[in-house]
Design a protein around this ligand. Structure first.
Ligand code: SF4
Length: 294
């Protein structure tokens, strides 16, 4: 059983698990507007420079440690663990051998749930010259890995979620909309075609040989968790979340039965009562049809 101790990242406080963050890899570089006020860079530069393996001259340089990864294997109490809060596992400076070691460690730690988020899902889905398989096909996806993308606005929602759904075998697909800096219509549109990641429905228009158009639909496994949060950090720099942006995603999640978690407003301002929703997906072995709310 987990313990009563609450983690400061609320979405790690799943019933029966101890919330945890672990950083066997850290350091990164900016890829999109969501990175503008990156908290990991701020902490690395202001608090951690010169400590442990955070360099004095370049505290946000990419670094990884097999020793820290092995420490996960010694945990006794079941953890709900955010792995990599200080970096991005799919940064190009992290070798595939280390990514494989992370997946292997998760596979061999079945009592714990691990959450990994990336802003670089294309590293998993692109095929490099001479490669027979994409990176996601060369990895084994354990059921205790909840994997997802961060998406701060419509552009990144469309782009990163499309990549996320190209990866097969993910047990729980997650999107973290934090910091939310723009309104997001969850339907991904591609010309006449569209894709609803919350339901998994894909609609395509196909041109037949005789010139007729046929509309086809298919279902993919849907998104399993949507987390929303406003920006935190330096009050002079943060970009405001609009509660109505969060409500739109909440309503679409309700419609499709997807667990929704409202983490915080900008600068941790009070969450409006109607948005105070903390829902979690079920873990492997729990009732598959239910998710946990509060
Ligand atoms: S991807 Fe994440 S860790 Fe890397 S710079 Fe952007 S916000 Fe920071």
């Amino acid at each position: 059983m987990g313990e009563d101790r609450k983690h400061k990242i609320d979405w790690l406080n799943k019933k029966g698990y101890r919330g945890e963050t672990v950083n066997p890899f850290h350091g990164c570089s900016k890829v999109s507007s969501g990175c503008k006020n990156c908290y990991a860079e701020r902490i690395a530069s202001n608090l951690l420079a010169g400590t442990g393996d955070y360099r004095v001259d370049d505290p946000f340089a990419v670094s990884f440690s097999y020793e820290k990864l092995d420490a996960v294997g010694r945990w006794k109490v079941p953890r709900m663990c955010f792995m990599g809060s200080m970096g991005d596992l799919f940064h190009d400076d992290i070798p595939e051998s280390f990514i494989k070691a992370v997946f292997d460690r998760i596979l061999h730690s079945p009592d714990h749930i691990f959450i990994i988020l990336t802003k670089r899902p294309e590293r998993l889905t692109r095929k490099q010259d001479g490669e027979r398989k994409r990176l996601w096909e060369r990895l084994y996806w354990p059921k205790n890995l909840w994997f997802g993308v961060s998406a701060e606005n419509q552009e990144q929602w469309d782009k990163r979620i499309t990549e996320l759904f190209r990866i097969e075998g993910i047990y729980r697909r997650v999107v973290s909309v934090e910091p939310m800096i723009g309104e997001i219509d969850p339907i991904v549109k591609m010309g006449d075609d569209w894709f609803n990641p919350l339901s998994g429905e894909v609609q395509r228009t196909v041109l037949k040989d005789d010139g007729d158009k046929v509309v086809t639909t298919k279902m993919l496994p849907p998104m399993n968790w949507v987390i929303v949060g406003g920006e935190t950090g330096d009050s002079n720099k943060v970009r405001e979340i609009d509660a109505d942006w969060a409500r739109l995603l909440r309503d679409e999640c309700r419609r499709e039965g997807v667990p929704f978690f409202m983490k915080q407003m900008t600068l941790k301002a009070t969450i409006p009562l109607d948005l105070f929703i903390h829902e979690f997906p079920s873990a492997f072995g729990e009732s598959m049809d239910m998710f946990e709310g509060m």
